[in-house]
Design a protein around this ligand. Structure first.
Ligand code: B3K
Ligand code: ZN
Length: 870
């Protein structure tokens, strides 16, 4: 793949990290008065600004109708300022300026879901990260300008809930129809953390007493009918608050913490100070309406947004290039939290699966960028798997190296040094280094380079010397946008096992970070290196990258038998799974025989199912067609991958036939188990049911129908629905109808209904069209769009045939209506250049035809990067 110069984006639209300059003015305080009316909203603001560096007084604003502008009480005439589409510049502004601005905005017609917008018939919410606040009023809308906000919100009494950040200090009537509230947020914050909510919502209340004795009122706002679905989120919130005190020494700092749920939201949730706004999909959790996976996600997103209060809000980013500073760290924190909620191994499996399915492909294609990029056109395009997930991996690597205590000393130092500041990735690494006493500065290379390093390793046993020697080599694919790539520090967590007994050996090697241990970490930070283990009595089996200790592509010449050995004997559940994935990839991409995998599974499963049904369910993970496709860089033929995968699935179904049925019938979901065990049983049952159906067992459909009818649990119901629908069972249309009638008023459940149908392996242009023309399909609700598009994309054969036009049409439509989502969806096609002909040219032609039709920076930047492949 060659990347050529960018064909669409004009050079002057690109923002560079190297051009960062301190703001010329700071804002001491800001007063906002937001008055919502049916056909417009009036926003009056008063900013007290003080010069701190040379330069003009420039405010940023977009789509605002300026009504009046005063500086120190003087009404400015048009020749005293300059206004263009993005900026308002005040000529000869004094060093101390009180600026009063009055603007009109139109949240009622804002479809982009950025700034203040109408999210359904009776709810207005904000989304200001990264640059939405400039759609509310003129402001130095950049993360390094921090101020204290006082906010008055006024609206019709038909909206009883009027919220903003901080403490409620006053509320009352304006007249018989209108009322207001007044809020003061004592903590200085950048504008991207500002939020307000105007609507008719019910509330679930609770409270939490912090380690410092502060009694915090907790409130979750949602539609009345959804309040019973907010309890899991509330428990997760309290749990997160306790967890951050215990693990990072960080108590909460305000007297209230509010969460508002809305169904119209571009992403998962937003950490606005003391007033989080959440996509309903990340707050509503109820076994009857949402799946186990969704419930786990709710808990992790609640924790994520809460953890941002320290990593993101109290310490924020100097500029948006530093986004992974707050996101990478906060994802690492929420992953660690979730590892405490369920089997840590399975949480790690799920997180690595996401990394490999999304971040690795992103980093090997035209959208590849470092976790901290050095230039962008549209920052919204950089809320990526690389910034979030690879960013989290960098923090995990440093934490692994330091160990628990030193890592904590490092984070303590970070909070001590930078509380209340807007900082950089360098500041973070420097604080960790100072606090722990261990120099981590070479980890900065990870932040600044794109691409997934290849880690090649070789092992050799010397029976005479009783030594085992491991040699390592690392390399990175060249990238013309980021030349001079360097070696990165790679912590390799490893273990040796006695090949005969399966026992784990004690490691003796001077090269280890900690010597004479069973679970050792070797820090490989050169282009090449060799380490020697002594006192190794027989030829061992080595297990590398335990717990996926670094985000690299490992190449090691394991035999299939070694991998089968690890599947059975590794004590680290993650590495058992990693062995299954390596074996399955060989079967699917390199035509290895499946026998070794099948035998090892048969030997491992019976006891594992008893002990850890959730982990057992994961060992059945057969890499998806999408993931397998992402491992192929030239002449990718989706149909041939589908065929190979189906052949394997058929073989597994036959081999595990009797076992599947017996196990399925023996697993009783009614038995009382803790959530994570019960979730494992449900996951296993669904896998086994799918195998039975594939094997052609006629009773499978009857069992599926029974599972569908007998349960009140969404994971079970959906598992059965999938089996019936995807296998075109005679019962399929009746259960689909039944599902529709049961859940038609439950948007999140209906998303699943759309998704199951869109993900039918034989979906076609007409069936997808029928879904997008269904009366419950809604292009203004991202969740619904994602349900259908995401479902379709579960079958790459469909994505790369009729799906191409589906995604292009959506990108074109959303280019104007909601460019953040338009750009996201277009990225589904980013690996078009790997396809075999004639599909490769078909997609290229379609992408080129889209080029002159799009206007947004979001979609244009994505499209031009995608087309930069030659
Ligand atoms: N910080 C927000 C993301 C905002 C995305 C803007 N396009 C959610 C989060 O990471 O917690
Ligand atoms: Zn975040």
């Amino acid at each position: 793949m060659n990347i050529a110069a960018n064909p669409i984006i004009e050079a002057d639209q690109t923002v560079y990290l190297k051009d960062y300059q301190k703001p010329s003015y700071l804002v001491d305080s800001v007063h906002l008065d937001i008055q919502v009316y049916a056909d417009h909203t009036l926003v009056n603001s008063k900013l007290v600004m003080q010069r701190q560096a040379v330069g003009n007084l420039v405010l940023l604003g977009r789509d605002l109708e300026l009504k009046s502008l005063h500086v120190n009480g003087h009404l400015l005439s048009e020749n005293e300022y300059q206004l263009d589409t993005e900026t308002l510049t005040i000529n000869n502004a004094p060093d101390l300026a009180e600026i009063e601005i009055s603007v009109i905005i139109h949240p009622e017609t804002n479809t982009q879901l950025e700034g203040l917008y109408l999210a359904g018939s009776d709810l207005f919410v904000t989304q200001n990260e990264p640059e939405g606040f400039r759609k509310i009023t003129f402001y130095p809308d950049r993360p390094d300008v921090l101020s204290v906000f006082t906010t008055r919100v006024e609206a019709d009494k038909k909206y009883p809930v009027l919220l903003a950040n901080g403490n409620l200090i006053e509320s009352g009537e304006v007249n018989s129809e209108r009322h207001y509230t007044l809020w003061q947020d004592p903590t200085k914050k950048p504008s991207y953390l500002f939020a307000c909510v105007i609507g008719d919502l019910a509330v679930l209340k609770d409270h939490y007493v912090t380690s410092e004795g502060r009694n915090v009122a907790l409130e979750i706002y949602a539609e009345e009918k959804d309040i019973p679905k907010c309890h899991i989120a509330m428990e997760a919130l309290k749990h997160s608050m306790r967890w951050d005190e215990e693990h990072y020494g960080r108590p909460y700092d305000l007297d209230n913490y509010m969460i508002v749920a809305t169904s119209a939201f571009n992403m998962g949730a937003m950490e606005n100070k003391g007033l989080n706004i959440f996509n309903t999909s990340c707050v509503l959790a109820d076994e009857e309406y949402t799946t186990d996976a969704a419930i786990m996600r709710v808990q992790s997103v609640i924790a994520h947004e809460y953890f941002h209060n320290w990593t993101g809000n109290r310490i924020t980013c100097r500029d948006w290039f530093q986004l992974c500073l707050k996101e990478g760290l906060t994802v690492f924190r929420d992953q660690s939290f979730s590892e405490d909620l369920q089997s840590a191994a399975v949480q790690r499996i799920d997180d690595v699966a996401v990394l490999k399915a999304h971040q690795f492909p992103e980093d090997s294609g035209p959208l590849s960028h470092p976790p901290r990029p050095d230039h962008f056109v549209e920052i919204n395009n950089f809320y990526t798997a690389t910034v979030y997930e690879k960013g989290a991996e960098i923090n995990r690597m440093m934490a692994t190296l330091l160990g628990k205590d030193k890592f904590r000393q490092g984070t303590d130092e970070y909070f001590k040094r930078h509380d209340g500041q807007a900082v950089t990735v360098e500041d973070w690494v420097a604080a960790l280094t100072a606090g722990s006493g261990i120099d981590l500065s070479n980890f900065l290379t990870w932040y600044n380079q794109p691409g997934t390093p290849k880690l090649e390793a070789q092992g050799e046993y010397n029976p005479t010397a009783q030594t085992y020697t491991l040699s390592f080599k690392q390399s990175l694919k060249e990238n013309s946008k980021y030349p001079n790539l360097k070696a990165v520090p790679i912590p390799v967590a490893l273990a040796l096992f006695d090949a005969q007994t399966g026992e784990q050996l004690v490691l003796h090697s001077a090269a280890l970070f900690e010597n004479e241990v069973k679970d050792g970490v070797y820090l490989f930070d050169q282009d090449q290196a060799t380490i020697v283990f002594t006192d190794v009595k027989t030829a061992p089996v080595v297990s590398l990258l335990r717990n996926f200790s670094a985000p690299v592509n490992l190449e090691f010449n394991y035999s299939d038998e070694d991998l089968a050995f690890l599947l059975q004997f590794e004590t680290n559940g993650f590495n058992q799974w990693q062995a299954t994935q390596a074996l399955l990839e060989r079967i699917l991409l390199n035509d290895h025989d499946a026998e070794v995998y099948i035998q090892a599974m048969k030997d491992t499963l019976p006891t594992l199912i008893e002990k850890d049904p959730l982990l057992a369910s994961r060992l059945f993970d057969v890499p998806t067609e999408g993931y397998l496709g992402s491992r192929i860089d030239v002449n990718y033929n989706p149909s041939s991958i589908q065929e190979k995968r189906n052949t394997l699935l058929n073989r597994l179904a036959n081999e595990f036939g009797t076992f599947s049925k017996e196990t399925y019938l023996a697993l009783d979901p009614q038995v009382q188990r803790e959530f994570s065990q019960a979730m494992g049983v449900r996951a296993l049952k669904n896998i086994l049911l799918a195998m039975l159906a594939r094997q052609g067992d006629q009773s499978a459909f009857v069992l599926a129908e029974k599972q569908y009818n007998d349960t009140s649990n969404m994971s079970e119901r959906l598992g059965a629905l999938r089996v019936l629908v995807w296998n075109d069972a005679p019962q399929a249309s009746a259960v689909l109808q039944d599902f529709y009638h049961r859940f038609k008023d439950e948007a999140l459940s209906m998303d699943q209904w759309f998704m199951v149908q869109a993900a039918h392996p034989n979906a076609n242009a007409d069936s997808i069209k029928a879904l997008t023309q269904h009366e419950d399909y809604d292009l203004s609700i991202p969740n619904r769009i994602r349900a259908v598009s995401g479902g379709l994309n579960l079958n790459p054969v469909n994505t790369w045939s009729f799906g191409i036009q589906h995604f292009i049409d959506l990108a074109q439509y959303l280019d104007e209506k909601n460019p953040i989502i338009g750009s996201r969806l277009l990225q589904v096609l980013s690996r078009w250049y790997t396809l075999a002909e004639p599909q490769r040219t078909d997609v290229k032609t379609a992408l080129e035809a889209l080029k002159p039709l799009v206007k947004s920076k979001n979609v244009s930047e994505t499209l031009s990067s995608m087309l930069s492949v030659e």
